[in-house]
Each structure stands twice: as structure tokens, then as C-alpha cells.
Design a protein around this ligand. Sequence first.
Ligand code: PEP
Ligand code: MG
Length: 883
Amino acid sequence: QRYVYRFGGGVSDGGKGDRNLLGGKGANLAEMASIGLPVPPGFTISTEMCTRYYDEGGRFPDSLRDEVAAGIAHIEGVTGKMFGDKADPLLVSVRSGARASMPGMMDTVLNLGLNDQTVEGLAATSGDARFAWDSYRRFIQMYSDVVLELDHGAFEEALEIAKEDNGYFLDTDLTADDLRKLVAEYKALVEQQWGKPFPQDVHDQLWGAVGAVFGSWQSERAKVYRRLNDIPAAWGTAVNIQAMVFGNMGDTSATGVAFTRDPAKGDRAYYGEFLINAQGEDVVAGIRTPQYLTKAAKDAAAAKPASMEEAMPETFTELAKVFDLLETHYRDMQDIEFTVQQGKLWMLQTRSGKRTAKAALKIAVEMAEEGLITREEAIARVEPQALDQLLHPTLDPKAVRDVLTKGLPASPGAASGAAVFDSDTAEKRAAAGDSVILIRVETSPEDIHGMHAAKGILTARGGMTSHAAVVARGMGRPCVSGAGSISIDIKARVMRVGGREIAEGDIVTIDGTTGEVMAGAVPTVQPELSGDFGTLMGWADEVRRLKVRANAETPLDAKTAREFGAEGIGLCRTEHMFFDAERITNVRQMILAEDEAGRRAALAKLLPEQRSDFVQLFEVMAGLPVTIRLLDPPLHEFLPHEEAEFAEVASAAGVDIDTLKRRAAELHEFNPMLGHRGCRLGVTYPEIYEMQARAIFEAAIEVAEKSGAAPIPEVMIPLVGTRRELELMKIVVDQAAQAVFADKGRTIEYLVGTMIELPRAALMAGEIAEVGEFFSFGTNDLTQTTLGVSRDDAARFLGVYVEKGIYAKDPFVSLDVEGVGQLIELAAERGRKTRAGIKLGICGEHGGDPASIAFCEQTGLDYVSASPYRVPIARLAAAQAAL
Ligand code: PEP
Ligand code: MG
């Protein structure tokens, strides 16, 4: 079996189709080499080797030695330099590259191949002793950190002392002699900490680095990133070994990162940053704040240092051509790394660029309009979940803002929360329910859990392509980076800015769209749903088959849902209408009543209130279907539980406190989820459902008379397990309908159907469909009852279950297609057999989850119903499922 694939110098053993084997970076290096772009020669050790390396307990097979030797020989052949040669040494970089990009999560080693002898050769051939010793110094530092895992603080300290001793301020003030001395100190540090001298054999160096890169696949931060991004551990990473090129060989050298379009806003403009006389990681690490690529961007930001367009006009023109070529070749926005070594351009990486939801939309729509991609591709390009970022509020432009400072608008959206200065605190406070803003000098991959826990991220250093910016955009978190005027005193736990102090816990607001940082909370406004969003949604609506409805009770939610494109209501949970402070008194009177007559008296007071709820709902949803579910939760939910509340509730309800306590005790249930709820309430107290049905029909007729268009209510009975239950409830509803129709002298159309949320209901769906005119899968309860896992208590252990791979995802979030899915398929099939064309929908939380929606499409359901903010996500997911 082959593990090594070469590229560069006219050879490409792989290409962009080999991402699984070569990782994204390796596949694209091979692809760029094959289309004639300047790529430093190198080779990739495949992801299959990573898997084998772990399977065999962290050992390499012997055959790999020969393959790697051949790979090195390839680089030597193209460059004319020999690995370990004292006179003119070949230096290489060793980088990770997984199938899915995991920015900054795994290890890299640069300048590999330097030792006490080759450093002299590098000094001689480059004619620059300072450069050679600085490279050696950096190499020892990086290698000690990444491969030998020594304490990097000691190396930093030695560097600081070297500067202080000489009265220098910048690293670049160090001379060749200073660096030579520093190298000696570094080597002493290695020997002291590691117990062995720094490896001088270049092949030992190489194998150490390869092992470290494979090893970093299982680092804590890589594991966290994989978990957050659903990347399977079994994929493994590839390792890329490539001839070094140097962006730090003086002022005709540079290194940079660029996007072919703006990854934050999506505008069609080259976008990026570079640093003159700098090496690889300096740009992304956020240590020096980089310069703009284009003059337009520099001018727009009123920045001083010259753009690349101005400082290196010829190389910039060449680079711009490469951008266009890559974008047309890959038919997507590219994220590119490049280095200029003494005026010569080298491409080090290209990949599809991560982007905000706003940019994803704009780029997809514009590329389709440019003819670069089809509309179907545009639909497929936008991650439905990412739309969430666009649907949430932004800062009210009219609100007063107490602006503390301004940084770079690194990831859009606004967020307010308590200031915290480290990731562990961010995680802890977020877990306790606080909104937090994570504030750091710069973020490193170790901050990933804090960034995830935070509502927003603010950094003092780093550009738009810094780690913080890239990761925040990927997560959809608002981020302001490079806010240089803030200083963070981590010991005192305060941030100082413009003579003011913000202590940990103080509320701050950041606006990742403008870069503003504000004291206090700032009010927000609803997003605008036109433009690119509207265009793409329009295309999605043309291709999707599934209808999308909303779960909503209040007129406000229903309005929001319609604005987001809901085509009706799939679930109106009527009990939510009872929780209102005033109504609950009538509800309690109804519950506390000793007999039917008492209940009816209380229900009579509830009737006009329910009716007006339904009137409003029907008006908002004019002409669209509205599914109304009759009362579901057990009655004790409406009664007080705390001693302190009894007296007050008793007097409000007009009963004595002992009666209240007795009724509460009678209604107490050990497992209310499986207790006296759903249609069991209707079976035992039919007058409750009768009142609700009456309210529905009276409202429907009222709206029909007012507007001329009769709504078609779909009355839904919850928690049915048998045909007879549904039949009894249907009789109650039908009788109420007949009574109202007789009263009003007018009839309207309506349906009576049921939720399928118990396994027995799914199994007996054939019989149940004899009575039920529609089914709506209540997958919250169906998941709970099929798995035998309580939906309210699952959070305590489901995380571990997901971590251990028992369930791939939380089954209450993403449908357990294998298990619960079978019941849905079976019920759909049996239901259709009895009643051809029976209307089928889903109204559990899964109705807004893209993977579950794909299953609904496959099963041929008629609609999904999701909470209002998830309606656009569902529309797009339904379109993708239909493609
Ligand atoms: C369900 O069980 O899936 C459902 C929609 O009903 P509820 O969540 O109200 O129990
Ligand atoms: Mg339910």
C-alpha cells in the first residue's frame, strides 16, 4: 500500500478529488501544482497512515521509511538542495492537513533541517547570517514546543532577557551574534528539560515532527473542535512535507493570507492581509498587526502602512491573477496562503474559505448570477443552520451607545454580556446561565471552549484572519478583534480602555459588524429579510416539496413566523394560552371544581378568552392551515407547588387552602410525562375539550364572517395510543362543531386528526387512520417513549452518550432515524394504506433540524413544523433535501 504522494516540479500524484486521502491541504497543493501554479515541491503522507499509526500503537511501518526517502529525494531533485547538506541545505515545513479544515487546531513545524552545521550553510547561501540564525532559533523553539513538548515559557523568557540585556525593543533588533548566543541558550534549555541534546540528525528531526503532527490529531483542542463540528475521529490527518520558502528574507519578501472575496460581508473584492519580512505563522498568530492587501481596503480603513498593491505592485498583479484563476477553477471563494521570497510568489495553500452566513448568502447568490455556479449549487452552498446568524437582532441604530473603543469587525452580529477574561470562566458562567463576552489579548486554539460558551469575543490583538476571527466566524459568534486600545490586567481582572475600567462581570456590548465596543447593554432591532436572503429563499422555495409551518401560539410569534415564510401553523399548543396571569385563575377554578357543573362554570369563563386567541391566530394565518392541539399537560402543572404560594392561589381561586392542598395532593403524579395528560384528560373530562373545540369553531366562523375567507382548522388530539381514544375525542369535537354551526347558522370545513407520539400509535396507525384525518408526528414524545429516555432529565447523561458514540447526536435535537425513524416510516405507510393521501407532518423539535428534515423528505411527509426562527432554516433544508 502506498502512503506518500508527491507534488511540485511538474509532478502531481494527487488532485483536488483526493481530499479524503490527502487531506484538504495536500489535495489542493497537488491540484495547484497540476494547474501550473508556483507551489514549493513536497509530498503528502496520507490520512490512511494516520489511522494505521494509531491502530499500531503510535508506530510507523518500515515501508514508510523508503517512501519518505523517495519523497525527500523528489524535493531535492526539484530544488537542487540536499536535506542535511552542510553547504546548501534543504529545509522543509511539516504541516497537518485533515479532510475538513481545522484552523490552528493541529501542529506545524517550520525550518526543519537546521542544525549546528546546516545553519552555517544557510548563512552562506543566503548571504544573511542574521536570517540563518533567526531561522534556527525559531526552529528550536517550535520543535521544542510541538515535538518535544517542553515548557515554551522558558524559551520566551530567554528571548525577552536577550532583548533586555541589549536594551532592544523588537525581536528584529537582535543581531546575528545575539541570535547565535540565544541558540546556545535554547540548546542548553532543551538539554536541561529533555535530558538529551537537541536532535542534530535531520532525519530524526523529520520523524519526530511527523509523529507530533499525527499525535496532534488526538490533542484536547482538536477533540473539542471535532466535537463542535461533527468531524469523526476516524478520519485522521495527513502530513504535508514541503520545501521551505521564506517571507522573511528582507523587504522584497512577505507572507500573507487572502480571500478571493470578503469572508465577512461577501463583497466581490480581494481581501486579505500580509506582512513584509515575516515568516508563515506571523500573520495568523496575530502577533504583529498586518497590512492590507489592496489600496481600496487600506484607504477604507484609513490605515497608514502601504498595502501590498502599493508596496509590491508587480507581485500583487500576479497574485490577483492567481486569485481569479483559483476561484474559477474551484468555483468557490478561496482562502489562500502565499509567501513572496525575494520577489518570487509561492502558493502555500488554497481551500474553500470559511465565511459568515451573510457572506455565504451573498457569494452563493452572486456566483449564481455571474454564471459561475447553478442555482441548485447556490442553494446547496449555504448551511441552513448558519442562517440563524442572520435572523437574530442587531444593535438598534438609534440607541445611545457608550462607545469605549473600536476594533476590527471580525465576525458580524451584536452581543451583550458580562465581561470575562479567560475561557474557563467563560465556560463556567455560561453554564450557570449568564451571557458572557470573552475578552482576550489574543485567542489561541486553547480558547475554543470559551469562545463557544461566549455570546461574543473581543481581542486586543490580531487581524481579520487571526485565529479569533476565523473561529468566531465559523461558529457564528460576533467578534471584534485587534482592539489595540484596550489593555487587559488578568491579575486584577479588569480591562482598561481610554482611562476607564471594566471589571470582570460588568456588562459590555460588542458589534462585530462595525467593530465597536460599548459599555453596558445596547437595545437591538430585528434583521431585514430581503436582498440576498430573499433571493436565495425564493430559489429554495421553488425546488422544495415539503411545506414549512410554524409552531406558534401567540399572534406575535405567528406574525414572525409568517415573515419568515411559514405556510401555516403546524402546532398551536393551547396550554400556553392558559399560563397568562389572569387566565390561570379560571384554569385553577376549573381544576379545583369538585364536579362537572363546577368545571363547566369555570370553563365558560375561559371560552371567550380562548375564542379571541383563535380569532387572532386565524387572522394572522388568513387562508393558511392552522393545527390546534387540545390540552396536553397534566392538570397539576397549573397548580402551585410551593407552600408559600398556596394561600395566595387559594384566595384568588375562591377556595380554602385545605381544599387546594388536597386537590394538589390528589393530582400529584410520580411520572407526569406518562401520567394523566394528553387525550387522557379529554377522555376523563370531555367538557375541557368541548370548550376548546367550541372556541375554535366560533372563532373560525367569526373570522370567516369578517374576512370572507374561512380558515380550515385542524383539530389535533394529543397522546393518542388507541383508535377508540381518538374516536371518543372526535365525537366530542364533532358535537361541538354541530352545536356551533347550528347556533351560527353556518358551517365551515375542519379536520380532526391526531399526533403520533407513542409507539403504540405508530404501530396501530392503520386503525387510527380510520378515524384520524391527519397525523402529525410528535417526535419529542415519540423519542422519549421509544428510547425510554425522559426528555426533561436526559441532559444529565446524554452528553456522555454522544461523546461515547452511543448516539451520533442528541436524539432530541436530531431525529434518531435508525430507531424512531422506523416507527415514523411504518406509521406513514400504515396510515396511507387505510386513508390514501392522509396528510402527514412533523411538529417535534426535529421539524427544524436539517438532518431530520432530510429524513422527512425521504419519508414523503407533507410538511415540517418548526419554531418561528427556524422556519427559514427549514425552508432551505427542505430545498436541499429535494435536490
Ligand atoms: C411532541 O411531543 O413532539 C410535541 C410536539 O408535543 P409537546 O412537545 O408539546 O409534547
Ligand atoms: Mg408531545
